[in-house]
Design a protein around this ligand. Structure first.
Ligand code: AMP
Ligand code: MG
Length: 531
């Protein structure tokens, strides 16, 4: 790959993180505690037989490359980790974090290596390889990623973007040709799997944990440097270097995080590992591991088997965890703000704002555009009714868009035929049927207060209720095929999920409940952090 400063100009390299922030002076790739530095230089591991499996055409052009550039041998060399681009100095970031509520000390990029930053059309993008070998932060692990988890990250990043959810992106998916040992369920049954590398892309990969590590070490000098750097590059409209700028910075991170979580709840996304090291300072969904989508609507559901006991990161708990994580970030900013009160007030606004924004978002899901006093109750009762029998969230909301405001001569909405497809069970008992019909009656009365026609409401609802999401079983089918060397399904899902709100006739088979075979299958309903 060639850089603007090199001979065959392509990427517009403009590094800032490793140019403006303190580096670890030790260049050895040994696992250790790193103090007073934001990152350590490290060279990606050379894969034995890299093979490009998939490229996001959108990210290709976003970073300034042209269609077809992925066929250049340098593309594979750079994005597999085999070759370091001229004028770049790859590095791993130092960060800490709270894992499952406990302070875990130094974590850092244990299997991520930042290649460089590029600027294209005034947009800054950091390019980061995930799975390209060990770094000083790898602790007891190998720095590698497997094909399975890399397909999940690559497809999901792009799918989330098209759902309108703030997220890191993914440029490429590469097989390394190396074998990686994994014990998927941590039960002593380790097996070799194909190794892979994804190139993730985001304006920045800075996490809450990058700030936390300095605060934990009482390194105020570097905490300030990192915060000033973040504000300068990613919140340039804020004042710089003053107490006020740090307060406003926290307010913006809070707002961005709140917006992200509202989107997660809207599309039924469960992150699975909301540790503070997995919280982007830009409010992006980051670190796709044991994530999943709600199929049956169940606020208690988490796809993460590692969290099966406490269910800390269950769907319904994501907003509370977001505040908890923001509280940890606030704690780290106290020395810069020199007062706790303004930070507490911001956290309090999250607490007040979340129900307001959630209600607003749910109104949109229901096609309600006026505000009525009983809307909260209507929504609470809907959530309760959805949970009476396993009801597919995505299918339910999509079907509900066809609800008719008035009872027609055919007696529509008088039975459950409209939403029957969303039920996982064939027979629904009478009490549950009655609950649904009662709710429909109230919904119909409520819709009478709206001036939109049925087709108008349907169009609006279909813009916020996706038809297609990356259900775990879909990703698993793509993974199984890819394991056999067939990558067609990866491309099919990638294209499908570019238009998640469109009807896409011909792709109806993906508008379907999770098949029964996937109910308890590893990878479909059970995922661990090692995914
Ligand atoms: P995660 O739960 O994936 O966010 O990872 C938590 C920490 O463990 C981060 O510091 C990761 O970089 C690190 N980590 C996860 N998997 C690996 C791996 N295979 N090799 C090295 N470090 C890893
Ligand atoms: Mg992580």
């Amino acid at each position: 790959m060639v850089t603007k400063k090199g001979n065959n100009v392509k990427l517009n390299i403009q590094d800032t993180f490793n140019k403006e922030l303190p580096a670890d002076p030790d260049h050895s790739n040994t696992r250790r505690q790193i103090h007073e530095a934001c990152f350590s230089y490290v060279t990606p591991r050379i894969p034995s037989q890299p093979e490009l499996i998939h490229v996001s055409d959108e990210m290709l052009s976003a970073i300034g490359l042209l269609p077809g550039d992925q066929s250049h041998p340098d593309f594979l060399a750079v994005f597999s980790g085999a070759k370091v681009m001229e004028h770049t100095q790859p590095y791993a970031m130092c960060y800490g974090g709270h894992q499952f509520g406990q302070w875990a000390g130094q974590l850092g990029d244990g299997r991520a290596i930042n290649l460089t930053e590029v600027v294209h059309r005034q947009q800054r993008w950091a390019l980061q390889l995930k799975g390209a070998g060990e770094t000083p932060y790898s602790r007891s692990a190998d720095g590698l990623a497997v094909l399975r988890s890399s397909i999940r990250e690559h497809l999901c990043s792009e799918a989330m973007y098209h759902l309108g959810v703030p997220t890191t992106r993914s440029l490429s998916l590469v097989l390394t040709g190396d074998q990686v040992l994994r014990d998927v369920l941590y039960n002593g049954n380790a097996a070799y799997e194909k190794g892979a590398v994804v190139c993730r892309v985001a304006p920045s990969f800075i996490r809450f944990g990058n700030f936390q590590i300095f605060a934990a070490r009482r390194d105020m000098d570097n905490l300030k440097k990192l915060t000033d750097y973040t504000i300068r590059h990613f919140f340039p409209h804020l004042p710089s270097g003053s107490t006020e700028s740090y307060i406003q910075f926290f307010q913006e991170v809070t707002d961005l995080t709140l917006a992200m979580v509202i989107h997660w709840q809207r599309v039924g996304f469960v992150h699975g590992v909301m540790n503070t090291d997995n919280m982007s300072i830009l409010g992006l969904t980051i670190d796709y591991g044991p994530y999943g989508w709600l199929e049956g609507y169940d606020p208690d559901w988490t796809p993460n088997t590692t969290d099966a006991q406490g269910k800390r990161y269950r769907f319904g708990n994501q907003p509370s965890i977001a505040i908890w994580n923001l509280l940890q970030l606030a704690n780290t900013l106290v020395p810069l703000v020199e007062d706790t009160k303004p930070l507490e007030e911001i956290l309090y606004t999250f607490q007040k704002q979340y129900p307001v924004q959630y209600l607003d978002m749910m109104r949109q899901k229901l096609g309600l555009h006026n505000e009525e006093t009983n809307d909260q109750q209507l929504i609470t009762d809907l959530e309760h009714t959805l949970n009476l029998t396993e009801t597919d969230m995505t299918i339910f909301f999509r079907k509900l868009a066809s609800f008719k405001k008035s009872i027609s001569s055919e007696g529509e909405n008088q039975d459950l035929s409209l939403i029957r497809e969303a039920f996982y069970q064939d027979t629904i008992d009478d009490a549950i049927q009655k609950s649904w019909l009662d709710w429909f009656d109230r919904y119909r009365l409520r819709l009478a207060k709206e001036d939109k026609t049925d087709p108008e409401r349907q169009t609006l609802m279909n813009q916020v209720n996706p038809k297609y999401v990356l259900r775990n079983y879909m990703a698993q089918l793509a993974i199984d095929k890819a394991d056999q060397g067939d990558y067609v399904l990866i491309e099919e899902l990638y294209q499908l999920l570019k238009k998640p709100y469109d009807e896409q006739p011909g792709h109806e088979k993906w508008f379907a409940k999770r098949p029964e075979w996937a109910r308890h299958k590893v990878g479909c309903s059970m995922l661990s952090c090692s995914s």
